[in-house]
Every structure is written in structure tokens, then in C-alpha cells.
Design a protein around this ligand. Structure first.
Ligand SMILES: NC(=O)c1ccc[n+]([C@@H]2O[C@H](COP(=O)([O-])OP(=O)(O)OC[C@H]3O[C@@H](n4cnc5c(N)ncnc54)[C@H](OP(=O)(O)O)[C@@H]3O)[C@@H](O)[C@H]2O)c1
Length: 294
């Protein structure tokens, strides 16, 4: 069995990868500030010696790196931290992966695109981030490409899925919405930001399939449908049987967010579908699977 190191197994995607991959790989997960319930080792990507020592001991064939400094607004106002963790941290892991001949899988974001294109973005479109979070993730991608080792970059968006414990620093949007509506709280949701929400289990399956088929390079890997946050919220309320009247639609300008948000991030996933033989999930199927998993 191949060995897989999952960096960030205390986070949402990292948890799903370690759960879903256990019959495919011998897995070691890592945490930084939040120790998960399951076995994992401490690893801080900003400390290269720490990365070397974990990789030297475990000897992985593959490293899936899910670390990031989350929250675009926080990155906008804490740019030095964002650079250190999102760019320098990635460089450390990518270099160590190269030193020990591990395949390196990096999770990037739809925020590397500017959101001005009317049609769907393909991997061939020019990346042009408009917020600092997107800039750091794109710079991390460039570092990985320059090292010229075997890598997969998966650009994803608005992740959601089951997660355990008080591990994730900020709840994923759908998880937060369900929590608020269940407590009968009114929520304000923007109508003018479009993405392809992505079920973390589906992203995990795409990553495993890309690895199994020995693919390399950059792939958009998101859910099949593009919709604005308000419409997404209504679908969530529908599937979970929650009160839609509590959802109030607003425009982004009303939120005064420090980080600019791209208007319409619609991603074409046909390259990943062709490479894996899988198909992206619809919103309805994603939410039904999510509900069933809770
Ligand atoms: N969530 C989204 O909507 C979204 C959208 C687009 C792209 N992505 C990308 O998808 C990936 C996974 O996202 P996610 O939502 O699963 O993340 P998450 O739940 O916020 O988890 C992030 C993980 O990174 C770890 N981490 C943070 N700083 C670290 C450091 N210095 N050294 C080592 N580990 C560190 C955290 O560990 P501790 O908690 O233990 O500190 C945590 O396990 C990220 O790369 C992100 O850029 C996410």
C-alpha cells in the first residue's frame, strides 16, 4: 500500500481525505494548532526542519497539502502572515517533497481568477487574482511549477462537508448557514457572488482518481453548478427542511468586506472529468449526500 501524508488533517478537507482514503493508502495526518481526535502528528509548514523530520520518518509516496491561512478578509489585513503560511509554507513542503521524491498535491482556489469572465474559466485562462488570499495561492502555484517536480494543483471553491469537533477555525458556509437556521436566526446572504460550491468528499474522490491515474498538472476541481450565495442558501434550506424566510438577500457592498470578491467564478471541470472518468456533482446531489453523512 502506498503511503499518503495529509497535511492539515485537522481541517475540513484533510479530515475527509483521511477518512475516505484509509482503504487506499497507509495515511498519516498532521495538525498545526488544533489536535484532532484521531492520531496525527504536529507539523508547521513554516518550519522546514519540522517538515523534513516528518517526511523523513514517515517516507510518504504522496503528500496532499491542504494547509492554508483561511479567510480572504483575514489574509487581506494580515498580509505578512498570509505570505508566510500560504507561500513560504507551501515552498517548504514542495521542496521537501522534491528532496524525497514524493508526489505533491496542492489545493488551490477559484480566487486565482478575477471573476470578470462571462463564460466558465478553464485552466488555460490567465490567472489574475484580485484579493491577497488569491495572490498568495497563485504565488504558491508558481513556486510549485518552478520546482518542476511531479505535482497536482487542484483549484477548488466553497468547500463543505461533515467535520468533527471544534477543529475548523471558521465554519464552512453551508455548515454555518444550517447552524444559524436551526437556531431560528435571520441571516444576510449576498446575491452577487457566484461560485461552484464543492462537496469535500467529491473533491477527495477526484484527487484519489487523479493520483491513481498518475496525472500531473493543474486542474479545476469543483461542483458542477455555478450559483450565487443566496440561491445556494435557498437550496440548502430546501434540502435540510429549514426556514427560507430567515434568509435575507443583500449585495456585497453592504458587507464592507476588506478583501475584494470576484463577481462570477464559474469553473470548467471537463479537464479533471476527462482525466479521471468521474463527473462533478450537482448541488442537489452534493447537499443530499452531505445531509445523509450528518
Ligand atoms: N474552504 C474553502 O471554501 C476553500 C475554497 C477554495 C480553496 N480551498 C483550499 O482548500 C484547502 C483546504 O481547505 P479547508 O477548508 O479544508 O481548510 P481548513 O478547514 O481551514 O483547514 C486548514 C488546515 O491547514 C492547517 N494549517 C494552517 N496553518 C498551518 C501551518 N502553518 N502548518 C501546517 N498546517 C497548517 C490547519 O491546521 P490547524 O487547524 O491544526 O492549525 C488545518 O488543518 C486549502 O488549501 C484552501 O486554500 C478551500
Amino acid at each position: 500500500m502506498e503511503k499518503l501524508l495529509v497535511i492539515g488533517s485537522s481541517g475540513l478537507l484533510g479530515q475527509r481525505l483521511t477518512d475516505l482514503g484509509k482503504d487506499k493508502y497507509e495515511i498519516l495526518g498532521t495538525h498545526n494548532k488544533h489536535s484532532p481526535e484521531k492520531e496525527s502528528v504536529h507539523l508547521d509548514v513554516t518550519n522546514k526542519e519540522n517538515v523534513i523530520s516528518v517526511v523523513q520518518r514517515f517516507k510518504p509516496d504522496v503528500i496532499i497539502d491542504t494547509h492554508h491561512l483561511p479567510n480572504a478578509d483575514y489574509c487581506e489585513t494580515h498580509q505578512r502572515d498570509a505570505w508566510r503560511i500560504n507561500v513560504e509554507g507551501t515552498k517548504n513542503v514542495a521542496e521537501v517533497a522534491g528532496m524525497y521524491s514524493c508526489k505533491y498535491v496542492f489545493i488551490s482556489t477559484d480566487n486565482v481568477y478575477d471573476g470578470e469572465k462571462i463564460k466558465q474559466y478553464t485552466e488555460k485562462d490567465k490567472a489574475h487574482p484580485i484579493n491577497y488570499y488569491g495572490k498568495t495561492k497563485l504565488m504558491a502555484e508558481r513556486v510549485i511549477e518552478t520546482l518542476n517536480n511531479d505535482f497536482i494543483i487542484a483549484r477548488t471553491a466553497v468547500l463543505f462537508g461533515p467535520h468533527k469537533g471544534s477543529i475548523v477555525a471558521k465554519l464552512p458556509f453551508p455548515n454555518w448557514l444550517i447552524q444559524e437556521l436551526r437556531h431560528n436566526k435571520e441571516v444576510r446572504v449576498v446575491r452577487d457572488q457566484y461560485n461552484n460550491p464543492t462537496y469535500a468528499d467529491s473533491l477527495s474522490e477526484f484527487l484519489f482518481a487523479l493520483l491513481k491515474k498518475s496525472r500531473s498538472g493543474t486542474f479545476n476541481v469543483v461542483g458542477k453548478e455555478n450559483l450565487n450565495r443566496y440561491d445556494f442558501s435557498i437550496k440548502i434550506a430546501d434540502i435540510f427542511g429549514l426556514n427560507k424566510k430567515l434568509i435575507r438577500q443583500i449585495n456585497s457592498a453592504e458587507l464592507n468586506q476588506p478583501a475584494k470578491r470576484p463577481k462570477k467564478l464559474a469553473l470548467d471541470i471537463s479537464k479533471a472529468e476527462r482525466a479521471t472518468g468521474l463527473v462533478g456533482l450537482s448541488i442537489e446531489d452534493s447537499l443530499k449526500k452531505f445531509k445523509a453523512s450528518l
